[in-house]
Design a protein around this ligand. Structure first.
Ligand SMILES: [Zn+2]
Length: 178
């Protein structure tokens, strides 16, 4: 998955491009799926758009940028620092409520606890995943991602049922698959 670069500037440029493409694609996903998200989840589209416009802003922070850059766009000959990547990833999860991990914690008996995600966060999470489909221009891409991950992702039963409803609605709109 990593793309080896010949120097640091190339690595910085490529990683910036990657983040910008992702942020642009989530806007496209919003326009494509917003009606389904408002029908099924009842989310306020003004609020959702506001989130879309601010999506993944923390990726530009000093806590995240370097950790991700050197992992996904390593410079030839440089050793990948997995600890730096993990710190960046952890920072991202703890600061972005569109990730299911944001809604989990481990209690003092070391039991994993999972909270239901608010609907607006579910909507942003689905749009985040939908960017896979925008990249490939194929709705199936993220529906398959969901089918593979629905019991792997740390999400509650209620949250899973809501995501499932949205996915069913998207499938309904693609009758050519049936
Ligand atoms: Zn994110």
């Amino acid at each position: 998955m990593a793309t080896v670069c010949s120097n640091t500037q190339e690595s910085i440029d490529k990683y910036k491009d990657y983040v910008n493409t992702h942020i642009n694609n989530i806007k496209i996903a919003y326009n494509k799926y917003k009606d389904i998200l408002s029908d099924v989840l009842g989310v306020d589209l003004k609020e959702l758009l506001e989130r879309v416009l601010n999506h993944d802003k923390s990726k530009w922070s000093k806590e995240e940028f370097e950790g991700y850059r050197q992992k996904f766009y390593p410079v030839e000959g440089d050793k990948i620092d997995d600890n730096a990547f993990n710190d960046a990833w952890f920072h991202h999860l703890k600061n972005n409520d569109h990730h299911p991990e944001y809604w989990t914690y481990v209690d003092d008996k070391e039991t994993n606890k999972i909270q239901d995600m608010p609907d607006i966060c579910i909507a942003e999470m689905i749009l985040d995943w939908a960017t896979f489909s925008i990249l490939k221009n194929d709705d199936k891409e993220f529906l398959e991602f969901w089918d593979k991950n629905k019991y792997i992702k740390p999400i509650s039963t209620n949250t899973r049922a809501k995501v499932e409803k949205v996915m069913d609605k998207i499938k309904e709109g693609n009758t050519s698959w049936l």
